[in-house]
Design a binder for this molecule. Sequence first.
Ligand code: HEC
Length: 425
Amino acid sequence: MKSTPRTSIAAAATYAAAILLTLLTSCSWEDQGSPVDGGGEEAGSNRNGALSVSPAQTECEVGRQVTLRADYANDPGARFHWRIVSGTGSVNGQGVFQAPLSLPVRSLTSIIQVSLQSDTAKRVFARVVVTTQHPEPDTGNGGSQTGALRIDPEIAEIYRGERQDFVLRDANGAAVAGAVWSVDQGRGAIDPAGRFTAPTSMSAPQESSTIVAAYEGGNYLARVTYFNSAPDEVCFTREILPLLRSNCALSGCHDAATAEDDVDLTDYNSLMHSDGIVRPGRGSKSELYEVLVEKDMDDRMPPAGREPLTSEQIALIKRWIDEGAQESDCPDPNGPLCDTENIGYSSHVVQILETNCIGCHSGSNPSGGLDFRSGQVVQQAALDGRLAGAVQRQPGYSPMPPVAALSDCDVDKLLAWINGGAALD
Ligand code: HEC
């Protein structure tokens, strides 16, 4: 049972690749004299001062390429860095974007950053929507209906042991009966009705499986990611680890290199191996918690001069230990796809900074002289390029946060805010 869809996917991929190699060199159907899908999608260019990239937005089918053009008005001979900041595919030094041969979902957006080699703070972004299929050019025989099918949802995120229903739908959204469901690449089980059940025990913080619906010779794919926690539990990777990293795992304190008092708080394993400071299930008896509420200010953590943790943050750490101090991970509360539209300072940026940066960038002696409690300071670092350079860990900037990079989605949100003018709304 399990090998059938795997084989047919491989066959479909080979078949698709063969067609793609013979037919396709560029992403636009215009090039082939076929009707253009949806109009308006292909926007002119994105501009940042003298630097621009075009097209600013375009679509690209799996397996195809699209060539992006960068221009720097002040220097026709300028050289550029190309980089995918989120999404899929690859881009070479000439701005040629290559879409992958297949996608686990129907479409994914890639954001491509172009920067000047001579001044990487000057950058613009282009957006390529990679799609698995394109409306069939009118062949006169009505085309095949299967091209318009998709699994709903195409990306899902659930907790360990949870269920997720998948449905195959046609272009009008109506459910299509008769698909044969299977799980390919990954664990979990799916029943004949399309109901997936995630494994109840996991060793990694998160895992993914590919869901396949086979129907009339076509395979339709979806991806489900399951997380090693329960919905009402504190989430270690999202809620606890960033606090430890930005308040405790500082150079000269509890980072891997210093490990003051043999305590290294840079990741889960080192935390749990640090001298028994966490006693799973016993928050109030764990030193990690005790030092946060210590009455003797000489022993209180973080030490004087550093911003103390808030009472909510302290309560969260205690609760996490009480719940068993697992390396729990959980779905993004904003959903599985990173939404970089309408990113505002108070609605998004402040939250990212609070969780990941404020521990160092505040207090009487803020790191790097940058107190991010002040919006003006954040805006200044955004406009002079340091914020983007630091969070993308680019050469010439100090990588921030020092211990581990932000999630891709947080980086994309910050870049979207910066690129949109870094307004303090
Ligand atoms: C563990 C402490 C720590 C955390 C957490 C931290 N920083 Fe920093 N940051 C520093 C220190 C120390 C410096 C100054 C020394 C240096 O440049 O390495 C600095 C410098 C910077 C600079 C100037 C970089 C440059 O190259 O001029 C920026 C921008 C910055 N941080 C942004 C951030 C952002 C954004 C975050 C959160 C996403 C963050 N930092 C989290 C310690 C931290």
